[in-house]
Design a protein around this ligand. Structure first.
Ligand code: FDA
Length: 497
């Protein structure tokens, strides 16, 4: 409520924000959790909370009048369509050289993501977070995150027999024929539920094409894991459709936080101010970076250091499709939840998920999202003329990712005698090099903050989300974001509260 005083204010309800809110509340701290997206707890006219991926309606995109699908074309035909402007669940945020996809709502990215829950190989951890004690992470915080998120793996016998993973079995066979290891990837999807979906005994979600715009049944998003525990503490107030715009030191100590309440068409209906003893920035890599860069440049928080906005990377994301021979069908029925990948990280700098293309028809396409060791890092800066934060990433900076992904797919194409698809990202365009799902960095641990996420220059301000991670995690990022948040909040509660 306007004019309130709170002990801890958390900006954003994704992985970092949910960990912070839960652990603070369990330690007896009252928390205000501010989330600019919707609550996603009420069914629409079709009886479902989330709309289906093949048939996007207003619930699909954040404040857009036309969808912006990650692959824009199919057999060369554009697939985007007009929708009413609404505070939908997926934001396709456009910067000059890259579109950054992010979740919007209570649960953040967990609402829209594929749920792939990967702990990086320990040998790679030093390159991901060089100042963090790896022993602590692998003994305590990765296990805590995996347990809290409900991470599990597909039952191998079911994988080997179900039609729904034929696309992945083709991916495995072709990887192995070219000498690459195929590894199973854990996920937060309820795998028992998925087998029941296949048996036809429960309503379908992964097997009904649901992924990008939310999942109505089987996925254990934060709504099903951290959030019930947050509610059980009785100490956390959640404000959906509220957006933080300003944080300034308050005269009597703490911070004055300005919050806009939004309507579902994105208009500002009310502006509130709250005083908070402590503020946790958990608005995601992009959201936290945008806020901090603006607050430093406009004089609200001038003592933040020069590392704010730096060290941003795209986790090396690049997408590609391959066209298989007629004797290698990938299946008309495909689960939306990937469960395996091709590991060429150490030799070629690429880890490629074998991804579904759940179109409902046989396409003979194999589709992959690669995570690569792309070394390029971008910076967020404030443009005083437009009063907006810009990102200097350039599309050409994806070339190292394409080269690394080619170490896998050129070889598979040579072995199989196959070619790349050129119809998924435009006409005659092979590589999906225009986007990322995995924004990381902007308030890097040990640079913009101390080694636990305390922002330099101010007491009681913290970053606790993907902004802390310097641009790459070698695998999908949310387990690392969660584990790092668990580590940092434990120290912060012990020493600062
Ligand atoms: P996150 O983005 O989750 O949460 C930030 C929240 O803050 C959002 O809810 C946002 O609305 C809110 N916010 C922003 N600005 C605000 C403001 N000013 N005021 C109030 N609230 C504000 N990762 C993975 O490990 N495995 C996977 O399979 C996938 N797949 C995948 C698919 C797709 C389509 C996407 C978009 C992303 C993925 N990811 C993924 C990435 C993963 O979802 C992502 O890394 C995490 O959600 C990031 O967690 P954070 O806590 O950093 O922020």
């Amino acid at each position: 409520t306007d004019g309130a005083r709170v002990s801890a204010l958390v900006i954003g309800s994704g992985y970092g924000g949910s960990v912070a809110a839960l652990r603070l509340a369990q330690a007896g701290v009252d928390v205000q959790l501010v989330e600019m997206g919707m609550a996603w707890d009420t069914p629409g006219p079709d009886g479902k909370i989330f709309c289906a991926t093949p048939d996007p309606d207003q619930r699909s995109f954040w404040l857009r009048t036309r969808t912006k699908q990650p692959f824009s074309n199919f057999f060369g035909f554009p697939i985007d369509k007009d929708i009413p402007r609404y505070t939908g669940i997926l934001d396709a945020e456009e910067f000059s050289g890259i579109t950054v996809y992010q979740g919007r709502g209570v649960g953040g990215g967990s609402l829209v993501n594929g749920g792939m829950a990967v702990t990086p190989k320990r040998e790679n951890f030093g390159a991901i977070l060089p100042t963090v004690d790896a022993n602590e992470m692998y003994d305590v915080y990765y296990p805590r995150a995996n347990a809290g998120l409900g991470v599990a793996s597909i039952r191998p016998a079911w994988f080997d027999s179900t039609d729904w993973y034929q696309f992945a079995r083709v991916g495995r066979k072709q990887a192995q024929r070219s000498g690459f290891p195929f590894v199973f990837v854990p996920d937060v999807y309820d795998w028992d539920y998925m087998e029941q979906e296949a048996a036809g005994t429960v309503p379908k979600s992964a097997l009904a094409g649901e992924i990008l715009f939310g999942n109505n049944y089987g996925k254990k998003s934060l709504q099903k894991t951290y959030h019930p525990k947050i509610a059980a503490t009785g100490r956390v107030t959640i404000s959906p459709l509220h957006r933080v715009t300003q944080v300034v030191p308050a005269a009597g100590g703490g911070y004055t936080v300005t919050i806009e309440q939004l309507t579902t068409t994105g208009a500002v209906s009310t502006i509130k101010t709250v005083t908070a003893d402590t503020v946790f920035f958990a608005a995601g890599s992009v959201g936290t970076s945008k806020l901090l860069v603006k607050l430093k440049a406009t004089g609200a928080l001038p003592n933040l250091n020069g590392e704010i906005g730096r060290g941003w990377g795209d986790n090396g994301n690049v997408m590609v499709g391959r066209a298989n021979h007629i004797w290698d069908p990938t299946g008309a029925s495909q689960s939306t939840i990937p469960c395996g990948g091709i590991d060429n990280w150490n030799a070629g700098g690429a880890f490629a998920e074998v991804a579904p293309l759940p179109t409902g028809i046989e396409t003979w396409a194999s589709f992959y999202l690669s995570i690569t060791k792309n070394p390029n890092r971008a910076q967020f800066t404030w443009n005083p003329a437009t009063r907006a934060v810009e990102l200097n990433w350039q599309t050409a900076w994806k070339q190292p990712s394409i080269d690394m992904a080619k170490t896998i797919f050129d070889k598979i194409n040579a072995t199989e005698g196959t070619i790349y698809r050129t119809d998924l990202f435009g006409t005659y365009k092979t590589w999906g090099d225009h986007l990322t799902y995995h924004p990381l960095g902007g308030a890097v641990l040990g640079k913009a903050t101390d080694n636990y996420g305390r922002l330099t220059g101010y007491q009681g301000l913290y970053a606790i989300d993907g902004s802390l991670i310097p641009g790459n995690t070698s695998v999908n990022p949310f387990v690392t974001i969660t584990a790092l948040a668990e580590r940092n909040i434990e120290k912060i509660i012990a020493q600062d509260f």
